[in-house]
Design a protein around this ligand. Structure first.
Ligand code: M6R
Length: 610
């Protein structure tokens, strides 16, 4: 949560900071601010609301400075207002600090600083940090050492950047638990929470690790440990382009990302399917395949949409690879005492690769000797780097807060992992080929569904005023029901719940009346007839039904007024198809309600706090 960016070089930093903040806004959008050093003074400009509000606010000042830092906030401590916005500053307003993370011991530190005479104007934990650094600066330490000393007293997580009027030739940054990357340019350097903010300026990056601090000058950078040991860091070349992180003519990132799915799925499976042998080839897993296939148990840990992908994988792996699977919320797993051994494989699924709960669960599983496999989208992210091994999903940058293309790409990679392990076990080449063929056919089938966008929009129109929704599915479609409900609630603020269809009669059926829309995910699989019975039960009670069914299912049209048809594939891959109409449905309902689908209230793309 929160995005941070910094620039030092020969250009005016302000437009670069604003542009970087816009690209990081998906990380938080409660308030935004920039801090610059100019004419031997430090200046701060902040605004509650979006980066565009800050941009219009500062336009009248004609700011020009060759060094600056910027922040877009997702509020943790203190309400979203101008005072709590970053950068925060010391009493003399000579030191400016931006921060992504949480200082857990801030109350103790605050008390100590108050005893030293410091006064606080905001409710944030960050102001404690800035005053603590100031405390050490006043002990005649330079900025880097003051930051190191201050951070040695801090418990919690941080990605920070600091600038200081008396040392205007540098930005000092540090990280623990929150991502921070240095962009290495020609006579200019940048820092940011992620590469999206850098890619317009450089493709050469250095990822800072936990407990590292760096001094960034315009023509060099020095990285050290918090204990002052100098480190040699490797400069990596990143892929991707600026086009990938713009809306490309679509009104919202979410719609662009939904529509991109035929392409993102192709990217996830490119070079990874060997059709003639019915095999999957996953470069990242080479050397680990036997250990994974020989696992006594596979545990899948994730949050939100990634957790739903994990639930689908549970069905896949148990059906084909014959290994017991457990799917865990990362947030619960990390605080239990999970019983793990070296015979277990734990798969961590994360789009961002930075989710704090998933990362903490990964560290716990590593400590306990399990093999840790990352299934991650963002290349170079912390979960990708901390896992023993892993597979990138290659969905491309996902900016919309509601995860769409990452979900389908996760399913693709999880189906490939299933194929790989199953073929190491009992799956025959013929069955392997069937799965491989079905995977390869998915992009075209997804396109067919996307072509019905207008039909889904018309269905959405009828349900804009609903206050509640129920999503029901069985087997492979149960996780899709959960995902459909999550998509709707997070962007349209309509209360929605997903249930296994058969559970309906154990409670939720009491909710059914003429005001309750029920979405049935009802492909013609082994449980189809049972789902039809559930549809009848809802109809009998006056519920309004939307069904997602197969193209060749003519019968359902007599039963249900609003049907969205999808092509057929093998059951294990049906979620890749059935989820698409649900993504579109949520999108159109939210747009019709006039809501900001890319930046829904209270949410952020990357949940880097507990
Ligand atoms: O980056 P991750 O996949 O680890 O994120 C997990 C969840 O925070 C994420 O899926 C969240 O639920 C999305 N907003 C869902 O659309």
């Amino acid at each position: 949560m929160c995005g941070i960016v910094g620039y030092i070089g020969n250009k005016n930093s302000v437009p670069i900071l604003i542009d970087g903040l816009k690209r990081l806004e998906y990380r938080g959008y409660d308030s935004a601010g920039v801090g610059i050093l100019s004419n031997e003074s430090a200046e701060v400009y902040k605004k509650e609301g979006k980066v565009s509000d800050l941009e219009s606010h500062i336009s009248e000042f004609k700011l020009n400075s060759k060094v600056g830092i910027g922040h877009t906030r997702w509020a943790t401590h203190g309400i979203p207002n101008e005072v709590n916005a970053h950068p925060h500053f010391n009493p003399e307003k000579t030191l400016l600090v931006i921060h992504n993370g949480i200082i857990e011991n801030y109350t103790v530190l605050k008390k100590n600083l108050r005893d030293e005479g410091y006064e606080f104007i905001s409710d944030t934990d960050t102001e404690v940090l800035v005053n603590l650094i100031d405390f050490y600066l006043k002990k005649e330490l330079n900025l880097c050492n003051a930051v190191r000393f201050a951070l040695s007293k801090v418990e919690g997580t941080y990605g920070i950047a600091a600038i200081y009027k008396n040392e205007p030739d540098k930005i000092v940054v540090a990280r623990k638990g929150s991502p921070l990357v240095i962009g290495v340019g020609e006579e200019e350097n940048l820092i940011a929470s992620d590469v999206n903010a850098l890619i317009a300026h450089t493709k050469r990056v250095v990822y800072l690790e936990d407990n590292e601090v760096a001094e960034i000058y315009k023509d060099r950078f020095i990285v050290k440990t918090l204990n002052d040991e100098k480190l040699q860091k490797h400069i990596e070349e990143i892929e991707g382009s600026i086009e990938e992180i713009t809306k490309g003519g679509f009104p919202h990132f979410m719609l662009k990302e939904i529509m991109e799915q035929p392409e993102s799925i192709k990217n996830s499976l490119r070079g990874r399917v060997i059709l003639k042998d019915g095999l999957a080839k996953l470069g990242g897993l080479i050397g680990y395949e036997d250990r994974i296939a020989g696992s006594k148990r596979i545990i899948i840990c994730a949050c939100g949409t990634s957790w739903h992908a994990g639930l689908v994988a549970e069905y896949m792996i148990e059906q084909y690879a014959d290994i017991p699977v457990e799917v865990e919320y990362a947030s619960e797993f990390r605080y239990r005492n999970p019983i793990l051994s070296k015979d277990d494989t734990v798969i961590f699924i994360s789009q961002s690769g930075e989710t704090a709960d998933t990362l903490a669960a990964l560290k716990e599983a590593k400590r306990k000797g399990a093999l840790c496999v990352g299934v991650v989208n963002v290349v170079g992210s912390t979960i990708a780097r901390e896992s023993h091994t892993g597979v990138y999903i290659h969905a491309g940058p996902e900016i919309g807060v509601a995860s769409t293309k990452a979900f389908t790409s996760q399913l693709i990679v999880l189906s490939l992992i299933t194929l790989l392990i199953a073929r190491k076990k009992n799956l025959s080449v013929v069955e392997g080929r069937e799965i491989a063929q079905a995977i390869l056919e998915l992009p075209e089938k997804v396109q067919e569904i996307l072509n019905q966008n207008e039909l889904v929009e018309k269905v959405a129109e009828k349900f804009v005023d609903a206050h509640n929704f129920l999503y029901l599915g069985r087997g492979y479609q149960f996780p899709v029901a959960l995902e459909g409900a999550l998509k709707l609630k997070e962007i349209s603020y309509i209360h929605a719940e997903g249930y296994p269809a058969a559970e309906m009669k154990h409670g939720p059926i009491a909710l059914i009346d003429e005001n309750m829309p029920v979405v049935f995910i009802a492909p013609t699989d082994s449980v189809y007839e049972k789902v039809v019975s559930n549809i009848e039960e809802v109809k009998a009670r006056g519920g309004r039904i939307i069904a997602v069914a197969n193209n060749d299912n003519g019968k359902i049209d007599d039963l249900v007024e609003n049907t969205i048809k999808v092509p057929s594939t093998i059951p294990m891959l049906m979620p890749v198809l059935t989820v698409i109409p649900l993504q579109l449905l949520a999108y159109h309902i939210a747009v019709k309600k006039g809501l900001n689908v890319d930046q829904p209230r209270n949410l952020a793309k990357s949940v880097t706090v507990e």
